[in-house]
Design a protein around this ligand. Sequence first.
Ligand code: ADP
Ligand code: MG
Length: 246
Amino acid sequence: MQVKDVAKSFFENGKEFKVLDLVRFDLSERDFVCVVGPSGSGKSTLLRIIVGLEKPTAGEVLFEGEPIRADNPQVAMVFQSFALFPWLSVEQNVELGLEAKGTPLEERRKIARKFIDAVGLTGFEDAFPRELSGGMKQRVGIARALAIEPLLLCMDEPFSSLDPLTAQNLRDEILQLWTNPDLPPKAVLMVTHAIEEAVYMADRVIVLSSRPGRMIAELEIDLPRPRNRKEPEFYGWVDEIYSLIV
Ligand code: ADP
Ligand code: MG
């Protein structure tokens, strides 16, 4: 995927309100990239542009050489707010993207169960979102995204509405899933305001300035995995990114 000089402005009463400017980076197979930036730096807007839900004011996003389209089944999204349908069961929520793709019922069941199992929710297929904790809801969100077997998984602050312990467990599980070559996706793009989280998870971190979000840096995080927050090399990276933003 190529993000080519993307800029975005919103217009209110004829007044321009610039949120993103000159964002450019590439994503290739096996990339795990985090975009970090302060609140309001346009991270969610950037992700919406990348998945084709919003048009950039300037620049473009190419996916496998073609302009990205919102109905591209190769790209899936996980939301901060989980975005589950409360009247659908876990399994039905996970099947949604497959239904949209026209996958037959039997096949849908099979795939949904595989990914419900992958995120550790076996036994909860028939539960409704209101019966689940925040962490379990986000597992459903992740299973739903993986179920369409996307090449690119996009996540918008997926852990920021979870308590710290649940968030950390889920981070580790995502990294675990990521190392399994039999599971999609081929690349992950996550946005977050949490610098530590980005250094913990990503191979590459893209740092955005505060509004309008401009690219300040693109850093290769070459720390071995599993990463240890207590090591000087770890907080060295965290400090460096802090000093870039503040
Ligand atoms: P982040 O995710 O980094 O916190 P957002 O992308 O949500 O930032 O928003 C960046 C800025 O753009 C914010 O100031 C927000 O109010 C503004 N914004 C986002 N969406 C719209 C919209 N549809 N219309 C007008 N302003 C918007
Ligand atoms: Mg946001």
